[in-house]
Design a protein around this ligand. Sequence first.
Ligand SMILES: Cc1cc2nc3c(=O)[nH]c(=O)nc-3n(C[C@H](O)[C@H](O)[C@H](O)COP(=O)(O)OP(=O)(O)OC[C@H]3O[C@@H](n4cnc5c(N)ncnc54)[C@H](O)[C@@H]3O)c2cc1C
Length: 381
Amino acid sequence: MRRTIYDDDHEAFRDSVKQFLDRSVVPDVEKHAADKALPREFWTEAGKQGFLGLEIPEEYGGAGAGDYRFNAVLLEELSKVNAALSSCVGIHADIVAPYLVELTTEEQRKRWLPGVAAGDLLLAIGMTEPSGGSDLAALRTTAVRDGDDWVINGSKTFITNGYSADLVVTAVRTSPEKKAKGITLFAIPTDAEGYSRGRKLDKVGQDESDTAEMNFSDLRLTDDDIVGELDQGFIHMMQNLPQERLGCAISNLAHAKQILAETLVYTQERKAFGAGIGTFQHNKFLLAELFTHIDVTQAYVDQCVIAHDAEELTPIDAAKAKWWSSQVQNDILDHCVQLHGGYGYMNEYRVARAWRDARVSKIWAGSNEIMKELIGRDLGL
Ligand SMILES: Cc1cc2nc3c(=O)[nH]c(=O)nc-3n(C[C@H](O)[C@H](O)[C@H](O)COP(=O)(O)OP(=O)(O)OC[C@H]3O[C@@H](n4cnc5c(N)ncnc54)[C@H](O)[C@@H]3O)c2cc1C
């Protein structure tokens, strides 16, 4: 089905992203997987191309696009290469950068945004802790007043870009007695005394991304490092999570769509019993169903993109997009593996890696169960 949300400007932008990826990323994906990270040159090159500052006003070095459809195009193209690429860039440019644009003082914007847009200041977000991620309001990392300083102690885990990040927007408890109303966001520079990071975590998939634990031991910051309002961190996160979940939905679908298209070609070329395996009625009907799932889901996600651009995307609609698209992605990729037979279980085949890469999409950014909890509550249950 023809999609109607993009115009010529978006398609021209898509071409420039594609060219960049074909030239600077695709030839090196094996190296990224072996290194468990994207190299620094990737970030600075992406910054030079203007891909990292879409949400950042021009006066701070960004593109000031003011149109989320450009973010959507970027995420789609990154996802077609691999899921890790869209998650790493998504965290930096689509998830954390908006906190630094929307919630900061003029001095903070000048301090951080030019580096973010240029790819010199790599971002991560630290919400999840070893003791739990779903129940954000129960987080245990603390910041305690000491004169003009805040003294931070605690740890975060599973943090995307966590090994190489320069600045981590971190959710910290500032008022122990207030639960959700006692959380503040701090921007923690990773060269601060008292900051340490763990190893790159050994994940099931998304080998190309670095995911790490981080620890804070008597790490000192001041009020100038607070992002947004004191004790309002939980509300700030709730306000930004719909965009994060929409970004997940865009990426989930683009990734599944690409691998399904490649699988269709495989089923046309691979022969059994003297015929292309895609022509057997079971596989033909299966493929018909999978392509239908893509198109129908795309219509919903595109509608969410339009709603988000109009500042009308509700947290509930974003939750629906996130859980549904990650379930669809996982179902489709599981069938794609099956259609590849034994080759589908070999890591050298893209489909096998894509299947591993997709699994986390049902867990992160608020698990699918938490999404359904939100939707259920909205139904009055
Ligand atoms: C590769 C990867 C990258 C990540 N990147 C980041 C990042 O950059 N920043 C960050 O802060 N976090 C990140 N996360 C963490 C992720 O967001 C959490 O793993 C997720 O929120 C779930 O938290 P948890 O792992 O503590 O699971 P738990 O909260 O312990 O949940 C365990 C299970 O219980 C279920 N559950 C919990 N509560 C309920 C409930 N009320 N009703 C029904 N079921 C429930 C969950 O759905 C899940 O199935 C990442 C995780 C991974 C794996």
